[in-house]
Design a protein around this ligand. Sequence first.
Ligand SMILES: [Fe+2]
Ligand SMILES: [Fe+2]
Length: 185
Amino acid sequence: MPRPSSILMREHEVILRAVKGLENKINYMRDSGRIDVDFLRDFIEFSRTFIDRCHHGKEEVCLFPCLERRGIPREGGPIGVLLMEHEMGRTLIKRLSEALDRYVEHGEGFDRVIQLCEGYVELLKEHIDKENNVLFPMGDEVMEEKDSEEVESCYDEREEEIGHGIHERMERLAEHLGGESEDST
Ligand SMILES: [Fe+2]
Ligand SMILES: [Fe+2]
């Protein structure tokens, strides 16, 4: 498999670890009837920084444009759907952040917080599944040798822009988010 997709698939593993942690946390919160505000604030930070800036950034700025140039359509094709899902994810996280503030300030909206978390878990799992099993294999077919190099250096530029050490810090945060509720699996 060419490196551009294998790098993103490795990041999917990191994302799924945090998402699994969130899924376990949802069950825990339901059972206890209380929202774990600190956990969710950490998750929101992980989502905004790692999922969105590090990962979706690489897809939107580097990989998808390359695949479009090689003939995979955006409109009416997989890329359009995936981009729309990135946008849905951003909206869900924004709403979750607002719902969380409301819960902290007024102690209300427990169900809404839970529903938004569930929606996000479902969206991300399906999204990653589509990329791993549909788009990336299609992309690997059409990409040429020099595309791989270009896309990879584009990834490096993205990381450079985000800043040194952020990616690694986010990987540790994913470990923390994924591991914290491991007991309840
Ligand atoms: Fe994506
Ligand atoms: Fe992805």
